[in-house]
Structure formats: structure tokens, C-alpha cells
Design a protein around this ligand. Structure first.
Ligand SMILES: [Zn+2]
Length: 319
């Protein structure tokens, strides 16, 4: 390549060595896991993923970009100055061997390993303490179906214990796993991203099937919200994981009535997702209704914890 080739092309594959040469600390560039962000700090919000050798990165706070964008932001310089600093270095900068994307098959093997090594939830472990406190599942050890879909992972002392949930596609086939990091005494761990979806193909319509399919079935966003709504309304409720997945959810065969338990977000994201789903089901002639918490800013596990009673008056907790 000659000097007339655009700088981005000539630098491709070399960002992991170029960036430290011009002053971006190499400790931000390991790419192995999330860490502090060189632009905004934090502890686990940044990852240098270097896709296609373009120096790409992603930060939960700053957004995402490529190698030049990272250098310009960290060093506070414009592209022209960046080009001048890089030009004498490019030819000698080492090329990072391309990291192979993990195949679908390998991802599934990883997920299976995690699931099989995770433990069944037992009374008194952090996941059971967490669920009992948040969702009213006092009869927790008897909730066999819930136990089948949720497990408990403890990598102590390396990291936080986690509740692991199985995410299944519309056919019921396992798609991926979802992790919620917890403290030993059963609270949500104080980490930047306490909930995480593992890699894997997630088909539209997927959910965490916390109960067997039923004629009247509820669907909520989070596991905690779903279980709290199940406790409050005394119907089985599944968790769609996120508002995006809630809007795309498909009820299983045999379900006659669907109750969508939305979050009451101040910016209406939860409500929008709930009504998007309800609208799609209704235009397909499905019986559906939406239940929202009584105040904006709370979700159903807040309702449970505040001791509210469901609008329909169902109070039994027999899940
Ligand atoms: Zn950042």
C-alpha cells in the first residue's frame, strides 16, 4: 500500500499496537473483557473489540467507534493531527493476528457448559434470597418449573455469584442464557451491568419460560417483574428479558389470553413495548390486555414490595 491509501486502511489490523504508541494506555486495549473506559472512567463499561482490525470499541456511556475516533477522543486532537502522529508509525506497527469469531457451535458448547456447571437454586442461596425478597416467592423451593429455568452460578472468590436463566425460542428450544449478578446476601450486585445476555442467536419470540405454557399467560420484561406479577395476579408470567424482546414476543401454542405486564418507565419505553406487543397480538385476533403499575417510575416488583394489591384483587400466591 502506498501513502495515498487512506490512513484507516493502512492502519487496519495495527490499532492494538498503534494506539499505545501515540498515548492510549495499552491496559484499555486487552479486548478480553469489559473494563474501565479511557474516556469516561467507570469500571466495566468499556471494551476494545477491534472488529475487523478497525480498532473498534464500545462504551456503555460514550457509545462506540473505531480506532481513529478512540485516539481523537482520548488525546483530544483532530483527525489531521492524528494522521500526522500516526504516519511515521504505521509501517512499523505490528499487525494483530485476527481473532476468529467464535462459531455458533462453540457458543452453544460454552452455554451448555455454563448451564451444566450451574447449580439448582436452593433455599438460602443468593439467588433464592434475591427472588424471595424481590418477588414474593415465599414458596420458592416448591416452584419446580421456575427452578428448572433458573440456576445459580458461584465462581467465588473470582466474581459475584449469579442467577442464570434459560432463554428459549418460540418453539421452546434453548437459545441462550441470561445472567443476573448478585451479592452473597441476595441483593443485585453493585456492578455496572448487573444483568447480561450471553452471546447466542436469539430468535424473535424468545422468553424465559418461568412456568409451563398456559391458557392464560402473562409476559413481562424482567425475571423479577414477571415473578412479582405472577405473585400479584396469580397467573403464570414469563420474562421477555428486555423491552425490545417484549415487543417481539410470540405466545406459545394453546395460549388463549395474554396479559402484558409493562414497566411504567418515565420515558415510556416499557409502556411503548407493552402496547406494541398488545397491538400486534390484537390485530391478529388474540385476546390480550395490558397491565401497568399504578405510578410512572415503578415496575411490578416495586408494586409487590410496596405491598400493593393487584387491580383485579387476586392476592393468592400459589405459583
Ligand atoms: Zn466511556
Amino acid at each position: 500500500m502506498t501513502r495515498s491509501t487512506p490512513l484507516r486502511d493502512r492502519a487496519q489490523g495495527r490499532w492494538a499496537s498503534l494506539l499505545p504508541m501515540i498515548g492510549v494506555d495499552a491496559r484499555f486495549l486487552t479486548g478480553r473483557k469489559n473494563g474501565p473506559c479511557p474516556m469516561c472512567g467507570g469500571k466495566t463499561r468499556f471494551r476494545f473489540d477491534d472488529k475487523e482490525g478497525r480498532g473498534t470499541w464500545i462504551c456503555n456511556n460514550c457509545g462506540a467507534g473505531d480506532g481513529p475516533a478512540l485516539a481523537m477522543k482520548v488525546l483530544g486532537i483532530g483527525f489531521r493531527e492524528l494522521a500526522e502522529r500516526l504516519e511515521p508509525l504505521i509501517a512499523d506497527a505490528a499487525v494483530t493476528p485476527r481473532r476468529r469469531e467464535r462459531s455458533h457451535h462453540e457458543q452453544r458448547a460454552d452455554l451448555n457448559r455454563l448451564w451444566n456447571e450451574a447449580l439448582p437454586i436452593r433455599a438460602g442461596d443468593p439467588a433464592a434470597l434475591y427472588l424471595t425478597a424481590r418477588t414474593g416467592l415465599t414458596s420458592f423451593p416448591r416452584c419446580l418449573r421456575v427452578v428448572e429455568q433458573l440456576r445459580y452460578q458461584d465462581d467465588a472468590p473470582s466474581y459475584h455469584p449469579a442467577m442464570i436463566a434459560m432463554v428459549s425460542g418460540p418453539s421452546g428450544r434453548a437459545a441462550t442464557l441470561h445472567r443476573t449478578y448478585l451479592t452473597r446476601d441476595g441483593r443485585k450486585a453493585d456492578v455496572e451491568v448487573p444483568r447480561r445476555l450471553m452471546p447466542g442467536r436469539i430468535p424473535d419470540g424468545a422468553a424465559i419460560r418461568l412456568f409451563p405454557p398456559a391458557e392464560t399467560l402473562g409476559i413481562a420484561e424482567g425475571i423479577e417483574t414477571a415473578l412479582a406479577a405472577a405473585s400479584l395476579f396469580a397467573i403464570p408470567v414469563w420474562a421477555a428479558v428486555s423491552s425490545t424482546m417484549l415487543a417481539k414476543w410470540h405466545p406459545p401454542d394453546g395460549t388463549r389470553e395474554i396479559v402484558v405486564f409493562g414497566d411504567a418507565d418515565p420515558k415510556f419505553g416499557g409502556q411503548a413495548a407493552a402496547y406494541t406487543l398488545a397491538h400486534r397480538l390484537a390485530v391478529n385476533d388474540r385476546a390480550v390486555r395490558v397491565e401497568l403499575p399504578p405510578r410512572v417510575g415503578i415496575d411490578w416488583d416495586d408494586v409487590w414490595n410496596e405491598g400493593h394489591v393487584a387491580p383485579t384483587g387476586n392476592q393468592s400466591v400459589d405459583v
